[in-house]
Design a binder for this molecule. Structure first.
Ligand code: AMP
Length: 138
């Protein structure tokens, strides 16, 4: 399947759709997931047009990994979760719903199950407050 630039993350990158931004550099953008599976659920996307891990150059993937590590540390500190999950889905069969590659950073606590994937919209004010705390921890 060819990359379709009408996906929501491509629109966010072009400034055609809003996001609750956490971080941006030349190669990557990070923002809050609007349907979080846990408090502090954050996404990191590359600026290159790629659907899957297989579509990226090693250098572009390395840039995504570098930002993901930076964001993961800030999310863990800001949200205060003992555990942290990083996930990246390739293909609808794997559960992917937005076809612009992205890493999920999801805080985890013992005994607290993750919410269902991409189901319930969060209060944007709550996401803004979490993003501010994460930015302060960068
Ligand atoms: P995936 O299923 O791995 O493709 O994940 C896509 C993620 O993007 C889901 O967790 C959604 O909640 C999230 N999402 C969808 N639309 C938006 C949006 N406009 N802003 C932020 N996150 C979004």
């Amino acid at each position: 399947m060819a990359y379709n630039d009408s996906n929501i993350f491509a629109k966010i990158l072009r400034g055609e759709a809003p996001c609750v931004k956490v971080y941006e550099d030349d190669a990557t953008l990070s923002f809050m997931d609007v349907m979080p599976q846990a408090e502090g659920h954050t996404l990191i996307i590359p600026k290159v047009a790629a659907e899957f891990i297989f579509d990226m150059t090693p250098d572009d993937y390395a840039a995504l990994a570098k930002t993901t590590q930076k964001i993961a540390a800030a999310v863990k500190q800001a949200i205060g979760s003992p555990g942290l999950m990083i996930a990246q889905l390739n293909g609808a069969e794997a559960g992917q719903t937005v076809f612009h590659i992205h890493n999920h950073v999801i805080p985890r606590w013992d005994g607290i199950d993750m919410k269902l994937h991409a189901r319930q919209l969060a209060d944007i004010k709550v996401l803004e407050e979490q993003a501010a705390r994460i930015r302060a921890a960068l």
